[in-house]
Design a protein around this ligand. Sequence first.
Ligand code: FAD
Ligand code: EPU
Length: 346
Amino acid sequence: MPERIAMGGYTLIEDAPLAARNTLRVTARAALLAEVHDAAALPELFAYPAVRTGDILVLGEGSNVLFTGDYAGTVIAMATRGVEVLDDDGTRALIRVAAGERWDDFVRWSLGRGCAGLENLILIPGTVGAAPLQNIGAYGVEVGEFIDAVEAWDRESQRAVTLDRDACGFTYRDSIFKRAPDRWLITAVVFALPREHALRLDYAGVREELAAMGVTQPAPFHVAEAVLRLRTRKLPDPAVIGNAGSFFKNPVVPLAQTEALKREHPALPIWPGPQGHAKLSAAWLIEACGFKGLREGDAGISNRHALVLVNHGGARGAELWALAQRVQAGVRARFGVELEPEPRIL
Ligand code: FAD
Ligand code: EPU
């Protein structure tokens, strides 16, 4: 039985099991796990020499990590709670949410309060603290747009800092937090949510789903319901089969390469990208290589969505990673495109 030591604001657990703390349901252990219930306790936690100088991994719900083995350092699990309305002038609300709150709970709470903005981001697993890390996005919306500021413990300067939206460097599935892993422990996020805004209905399937629901004048909660239905149909549920959502990012490639690929493969879905680039559908590339539904032991590629790596039960992290690398090699050989994993590989 792992030893548990409860301190003010955090609990320390030695040799802690991680299988229930990652949605790929991979078996792994952490040499030390600190579950943080009060962000004010972080300075005291970092006063421990092993935590201050050793390797640390900040963990939320584990819905975007792959453990390929045990973790020899300290896992810091953010379990802080609290939602606070800082300001609401009737047109826009500023809301501060603790890092350990569940993202989907907050989305539903915000819609229930009459705030708009997050409706397209319903049903994304994970914590609020992890949302800025990869600037979570779905159905044509990225969270960065609705973030006013991010509060964090900066391990480099050893103090609490607040970064405004511009300082966060949000781009597709990226931010300064993702580029410098574990430098900033995000302790809270301040959202700026409008009461009304132009709904985003252009992502494939959203208008069709609203029409099927019989909705002609959609409100934010209708859009949330449409996205919820689409996601439930398309993506495997981690409660049923272990997965981490999209295992690869959609590759962003130069326009010249995009045009060549499009000439050869007219069906390849392509979206606009940053200056001189376009974004390709990784799922399409993977399916075209014949990997959809593939299974090697208990490691597999979902038969519902080609971008989702699944654990059929007892797959080890190293087996899942080996399969992911096989997919990368297949797409590289066939299309000359490099697929970058979206989850953090540990
Ligand atoms: P974790 O997996 O615990 O951690 C992810 C990364 O964030 C790690 O690098 C970790 O160190 C870091 N981190 C976590 N918390 C903090 C913190 N407080 N401070 C600093 N760093 C931290 N993502 C999308 O963008 N769009 C989707 O549509 C989407 N759909 C998904 C569907 C399914 C079924 C699944 C399983 C995942 C999906 N994801 C999606 C990925 C995932 O839900 C998000 O990346 C989510 O934000 C991860 O939250 P988490 O708390 O589980 O983070
Ligand atoms: N497609 C296939 N085969 C499949 C699935 C999809 O060819 O098995 C093609 C289809 O042409 C489809 C296109 O891919 O039209 C796009 O599919 P989807 O709408 O499911 O989106 P995605 O690009 O595969 C991205 C995000 C998801 C997010 C959805 C909806 C990335 C890496 N993934 O997936 O995010 O929910 O869009 O916006 O950007 C995640 O990050 O974990 C995640 C699930």
